[in-house]
Ligand binder design. Sequence first.
Ligand SMILES: [Zn+2]
Ligand SMILES: [Zn+2]
Length: 369
Amino acid sequence: MRCEQCGHDVPDGVFCTHCGAHQGTPGLGDPKRRLGHYAAHPGEHVLQPAIFTTLFPHLGHRKLHEFRWVFYGGIVGVFALFFAGLITSALCVSVMLLPILYLLYLYEAQVYKEEPLPVLGLIVIVSIALGVGVTIGTDQLISAEGQFSFAVTGGALATIGVLIPLIQEAVKPLPALALRVRPAFRLETMDGLVLGVAAGLGFGVGESFVRLSKVIVDLPVRTTPSNWIFPLLTTVIFLPLLQGTAAGLVCAALWRFARGRVDVLALLGIALALGGHIAFSLVSQVFVNHGWSQLIILAWEAAVDGVLLIYLRILLHNALLDEDVDLGSASRYCSHCHNTLTAEGFCPSCGMALTAVPHHTRPAPAGAQ
Ligand SMILES: [Zn+2]
Ligand SMILES: [Zn+2]
């Protein structure tokens, strides 16, 4: 069969194994971009704001469910601690939940490739240390009134809402960039994305512990839970998502630049990461100033996270479609269909990008690196 999109002779299939285009569906949108079949998880639309298939792109069906349920179980655990009045423990678990899942994911998908696990361990420790150091440093920028009053205006608002987010976005990618020294992590935009998300989540742990330490020290171990439910949700979901997706976008864009593609897609990714982080911090603070309901603030944070998450998917989807053109035909494992088949870059039956499978299931790269 001849693929109408790339012109290569490919085996029969729903998708072209060479370029990933959807075969024979005129009128269903651009078959080459096939927005209905996200390249890292073809059962989903590209624009679906799913947390796990976006941040954990290497996981197949079954593993994805396991990770999802551990996360939900963790949230239930956080709220169980919380309703038992153990606020300090609930806060600590909520800060660690998503970052620890991400460490398990890096291990599960062997994202570190041939590099030993201590390399990634080091990156995690450096990211957390950066989060602690930068948060303590930038807190000095906020004037005393800004730190202790409820409403933040003027210079302090600009510092909290604009300056600190920009400083954080400049610092967060550093551990991931340090890993670029190793040739194994230089190849694909997806590597940049995953390492960036890991660095962002690590940074978030450091930041949250500095912020919460002031609260935790003052707090008796058992207190009334009434005021904590919304800050807890921000700590367990929305803040880690912001830090992870923003750093993932910046790193994915930088990796794409390094591949020689300085395009609108990647530039817009960096702009959205910076703008999204500013919007998250600045607008939330303005809502607090005006005494708006915590529920509205949460909805705003969720909306910003959703936009960043969807853009991260668009960036990864296009990177996977663009970067797979020269893989060559070999026996490959599709983690979406759980089959081993002869294919090039894409599974001919489901359209999964076969670079987005756990590293240990890949065939040895022929002459790569
Ligand atoms: Zn094709
Ligand atoms: Zn497949």
